[in-house]
Write a protein that binds this ligand. Structure first.
Ligand code: NAP
Ligand code: ZN
Length: 348
């Protein structure tokens, strides 16, 4: 075991504080990573605040990790010391169920092991990326291409793959009209990907305050839910809507924006249940679906796609002692468009 500096949550309500966590020794298939950049995802806040249920405090969150390999186990073949690598929302899965075999480790039938707050194979609670080091089995470690600026790579490991995967799955591309609801960390990546894939992209935000940004990021149109005519004007318009909103939202109103055969895909994960009227699905053969991150191979594909197409998130770098303030700003939707912690500031 080694003891390393980390930012730690002690309850659902207290501020995070600088403390320490333990990392296991490097096993035969493990890689030890010196974490350099760690993204702040809204899921970190939902988790610690108890929106999704009770948590095993003390807990260190963070599942957008970019760093350098500093040690490898004796059987490791995929990574070597000095490589730039990333870790996302999961650090293990059974590897043998039908979903793992299909490359959908995130849907492992025996339960994938989340990067934080999950029970690891050795019975300990996993601790995430607001820390200086992590030890992960090599199959769950991704390669970060040189073309991606290092401090911008971390958010791709969650915000990137969570939007890339459903856009690919539901066929965003030329001739398709795609709407992205909510222009935050996930939303701004969805806009970049959908634009690069060739779709006609509309942002639907609450107001027009971020319109200039949305168009610069690649949107063709920008709409606001505070426009009372928006839902009638755009009724039946979209082939695909990706909802990234972190709060409850009006599913029926957005279903009305779908064309026949259209799909409303929810990636936002609010604490409260969502409801909808069956008639809004039946009338128009519409689908209401969800999607969770992406598999390991698809995450690597996404990173390579970003390198090839020059895609990276817009980030604001924060030091460790600004993490609590950054969380408040995420909750206030005052993020342009992802906070990334410079973990060199995490010193005891
Ligand atoms: P974020 O940066 O805070 O963005 C969320 C956006 O939702 C905001 O920018 C805002 O957009 C909109 N919004 C926030 N509060 C709202 C409210 N009360 N009413 C209406 N709209 C509101 O969060 P994020 O990191 O992108 O994460 C978004 C959601 O996805 C979270 O629930 C997170 O847990 C979830 N998530 C899911 C997965 C998955 O695998 N499915 C992965 C990662 C994250 P506007 O200001 O433009 O209106
Ligand atoms: Zn996340």
């Amino acid at each position: 075991m080694s003891t390393i500096p980390a930012y730690v949550a002690h309850s659902a309500t207290d501020a995070l504080t600088l403390g320490t966590i333990e990392r296991r020794e490097v096993g035969a298939n493990d890689v030890r990573i010196d974490i350099q950049w760690s993204g702040i995802c809204h899921s970190d806040i939902h988790t610690v605040r108890g929106d999704w249920g009770p948590q095993p405090y003390p807990l260190t969150v963070g599942h957008e990790i970019a760093g350098v390999v500093v040690e490898v186990g004796s059987d490791v073949t995929r990574h070597k010391v000095g490589d730039r690598v990333g870790v996302g929302c999961m650090v293990n899965s059974c590897g043998t169920c039908t979903n793992c075999e299909a490359g959908d480790e995130q849907y492992c039938l025996n339960g994938m092991v989340g990067t934080y707050g999950a029970t690891d194979r050795d019975g300990t609670v996993t601790q995430g990326g607001y820390a200086t080091e992590i030890v992960v089995v090599e199959n769950f470690v991704l390669r970060i291409p040189e073309a991606i600026p290092f401090e911008k790579a971390a958010p791709l490991l969650c915000a990137g793959i969570t939007t890339y995967s459903p856009l690919k799955h539901w066929g965003a591309g030329e001739g398709k009209k795609v709407a992205v609801v909510g222009l935050g960390g996930l939303g701004h990546m969805a806009v970049k990907f959908a634009h690069t894939m060739g779709a006609d992209v509309t942002v639907i935000s609450r107001t027009l305050s971020k319109k200039e940004d949305g168009l610069r990021l690649g949107a063709n149109h920008y709409e606001a839910t505070n426009d009372p005519e928006m839902f009638s004007r755009l009724a039946g318009s979209f082939d695909l809507i990706i909802n990234t909103v972190s709060a409850p939202f009006d599913v029926d109103a957005f279903l009305g924006l779908l064309a026949v055969n259209g799909a409303l895909v929810n990636v936002g994960a609010p604490a409260e249940p969502l409801s909808l009227r069956a008639g809004n699905l039946i009338g128009g053969r519409r689908s209401f679906a969800g999607s969770m991150i992406g598999g390991i191979a698809e995450t690597q594909e996404m990173l390579d796609y970003c390198a090839e197409h020059g895609i990276s998130p817009e980030v604001e770098v924060v030091s460790a002692d600004n993490i609590n303030e950054a969380w408040e700003r995420v909750l206030a939707s005052d993020v342009r468009y992802r906070f990334v912690i410079d973990t060199s500031t995490l010193t005891k």
